[in-house]
Design a protein around this ligand. Sequence first.
Ligand code: SAM
Ligand code: DTB
Ligand code: SF4
Length: 352
Amino acid sequence: MTATAIRHDWTVAEVRALLEMPFNDLVFKAQSVHREHFDPNEVQVSTLLSIKTGACPEDCKYCPQSGHYNTGLEKEKLLEIEKVVAEAHAAKEKGASRFCMGAAWRSPSKKDMPYVLDMVKRVKSLGLETCMTLGMLNEDQAGELADAGLDYYNHNLDTSEKYYNHIITTRTYQDRLDTLDNVRKAGMKVCCGGIMGMGEDLADRAGLLVQLANLPQHPESVPVNMLVKVEGTPLDQVDDLDPFDFVRTIAVARIMMPASHVRLSAGRENMNDQMQALCFLAGANSIFYGEKLLTTANPEADHDRQLFKRLGIRPEQREQSHTEEEHVEALADAVEYEQTRHMFYDATRESA
Ligand code: SAM
Ligand code: DTB
Ligand code: SF4
């Protein structure tokens, strides 16, 4: 069987047609593509931490952290490094392979950068992959983060270019594309996706997917968030998206970006286990793990462990690295994993 080509020339019409395929045909196609690049029973596990919460100057209509809306959120200053390291350590102990740190900033300030760079170094030294989402980055900031060893930078396009102005007015779509470009040029991996269920239509979902897949290089990680409706935000009363349309979006993301991790991201707290299983079947192979996203709830870690066990899913381990120093570190990780793997069901062992 020839592998599905990695394409960057998708059209909105073609993607709309994929989104409108009979559901069973679409999910079958997505699962077939998924198996060309990934073990279908492995899911990558990341843990999120808000390192600076609330009072954000931006006006993203979905966001509980925007200072423009009253959501009753307690704002917090930039967390102390030791607290961040302790949270990262705990996440690793629970089985996460990547630690994602998010800040409610338009972009990082000059005075905050040294702390943030230190956080990257300290978290990385625990043997975790690192990811940050701090808002817009210029070339210099992206370079500094890359030099500190940051593996991934998360910056979402959120929706189609056409629908974007309905959601955010304080920065442009082009600003977001420029940040993504700076992250790429600095040599970091890109984590970029969007939010479904914000009142957008099928053409907007197609438009977002086309933007993502037609980037010069596909994002390595594509978070597909279901809107978490938070009281006080302008979108708290928006109509629910048909859950099957969410699954369809995951399936089409998988087909268009065959080698990327597609993350079943925010919104799992409002999904039942069957819905999440459908998302995995449609090609999602990454989740946020741990009781909290940034400010809102995520399923209990124990519930996710049980779900993995019931579905025969294993958490994906970090790729082996090749320098000697990294190799030693990877081995230490593996030993630690052996010691903690009882926390996860290992389907390969059972069937061996
Ligand atoms: N402030 C930075 C920025 O916006 O670039 C980083 C943090 S921001 C909270 C990261 C992403 O979280 C947003 O781009 C958005 O996609 C997602 N997000 C925020 N609030 C959400 C909500 N209520 N439901 C789903 N996703 C949400
Ligand atoms: C992403 O795409 N989703 C995450 C992460 N990137 C930073 C954030 C979800 C936030 C959900 C609302 C909250 O908890 O504040
Ligand atoms: Fe601020 Fe990010 Fe929330 Fe927008 S999504 S309001 S930039 S924290």
